[in-house]
Design a protein. Sequence first.
Length: 157
Amino acid sequence: MRLKRTYSSREVAGLTGLSARQLQLWDAGGLLSPTIPSHKTDAGGYTERRYTPIELFELLVLADLRRRGFTIHQLHKIQEILRDQFGERLFDATGGGGHVQLLTDGQDIYARSASGAFFNLLKNPSQPMLVIGNEGLLRTLSSSMRPTRKRKRKLSE
């Protein structure tokens, strides 16, 4: 698929599965606004909102999370925390090579920082979670705890 500079609301609706009304409400509610907002024309009509490829990607992620049962309030909160606490936008955290990666178990949204710290964005986003077990450490421990094999004695000894 070749990326365009901007996508109309109709194109975005077709690509994301969102309705034109949902896009309008998400724009009005501040969840995700297009780069080029709708405005009144001299003829008395309105132009279509236009979205960039990054906004399209973010809308795909938001639509997927919404279909998985996350509320609009939770989607707002995720974007706010990413922006305010991590200095990133949703695109960066979900595919744009940012310093934070988003994960979900279907109930909560977690952020993993570049340093390996985990945060539960919906419950306590400023408190890193305690991660039990570190693969490198576990490998070291498991190799030192292996029982040593006893050598078989030769019968002639």
